[in-house]
Write a protein that binds this ligand. Structure first.
Ligand code: AMP
Length: 285
């Protein structure tokens, strides 16, 4: 396991691997690795010769009121865990080198970034697509693995890759959860013991919505109302959004006639958590 910090060393190494005919895989992360990240690394390992895990808390995807300064960082631990999961390199650039003072180039994906998390976090996805595009140029991956936990992000990246013809295959791996259903997240560290128990309401409400659909409910507004009632009953919760959307366009669905993604963002105390569930519905029903 080797850690690369310099952009030049990263890109030169990647170009050399390519010349040698090696397949490169990239797993972009903000560090503070947990089992969700490790599952992406394992998945990547199966598909390529060289696995690079980037660890970079990307300042331009955080809003001014968000948790950039307090975001958990522990590069030594991350490198150890990434290596155990099968990574060959950790790429941990500095923000100064990634974004010199005269940096002015941004990648923006429209429409898909307007709803869901994009509505409450203006500029967030532009920060994500810009850093991912730059990471693709630095690491030259054949395959990049993202998690379904950030469903909108994965959809936006897929579209960016298609629209701008990046020569990379995007793999989206399933959400890793704790035994009680809570989606693993670096931000779970912010939760108190009590809040952790309250945070279970996110997944519970998603499963409840799924059961309503399985029972024949097709009106998105009614399902969202039931979820809202359920989440509002938890004292420390504050709903940012609950949406039922088309899996590819991310457009809100009124009547459910095919597969949908139910997505939500909820504050538990001061911590904003996201989760989602894909529900497969036969389009004839
Ligand atoms: P982050 O470090 O939060 O930016 O996440 C890096 C990558 O890990 C993203 O592609 C996330 O979707 C993915 N990820 C985060 N949590 C999970 C999880 N619980 N299960 C699967 N993938 C995850």
């Amino acid at each position: 396991m080797k850690t690369i910090v310099s952009l030049e060393e990263m890109q030169q190494s990647a170009l050399r691997w390519r010349r040698e005919g090696k397949r490169i895989g990239l797993v972009p992360t903000m560090g503070s690795l947990h089992e969700g990240h490790l599952s992406l690394i394992q998945r990547c390992r199966e598909q390529v010769d060289i696995v690079v895990v980037s660890v970079f808390v990307n300042p331009i995807q955080f809003g001014p009121q968000e948790d950039l300064a307090g975001y958990p960082r522990d590069l030594e631990r991350d490198a150890l865990l990434a290596g155990k999961a099968g990574a060959d390199y950790v790429f941990a650039p500095t923000a100064q080198e990634m974004y010199p003072p005269d940096f002015v180039s941004l990648v923006r994906v429209e429409k898909l970034t307007e709803g869901l998390c994009g509505a409450a976090r203006p500029g967030h996805f532009q920060g994500v697509t810009t850093v991912v595009a730059k990471l693709f140029n630095l690491v030259q991956p054949d395959v990049a693995v993202f998690g379904a936990k950030d469903y909108q992000q994965a959809t936006v990246i897929r579209r960016m890759v298609r629209d701008l013809a990046f020569p990379v295959e995007i793999v989206v791996a399933p959400i890793v959860r704790e035994g009680n259903g809570l989606a693993k997240s670096s931000r779970n560290q912010y939760l108190s013991h009590e809040e952790r128990a309250e945070a279970l309401i996110l997944y519970q409400s998603l499963r409840f919505a799924e059961s309503l659909i399985r029972g024949g409910e097709r009106q998105a507004a009614d399902i969202k109302a039931s979820m809202t009632e359920m989440i509002d009953s938890v004292e420390q919760s504050r709903i940012d959004y609950i949406e039922i959307v088309h899996p590819e366009t991310l457009e809100p669905v009124e009547e459910i006639t095919g597969d949908v993604v139910i997505a939500l963002a909820v504050f538990i105390g001061k911590t904003r958590l996201i989760d989602n569930l894909m529900v497969h519905v036969a389009s004839s029903s």
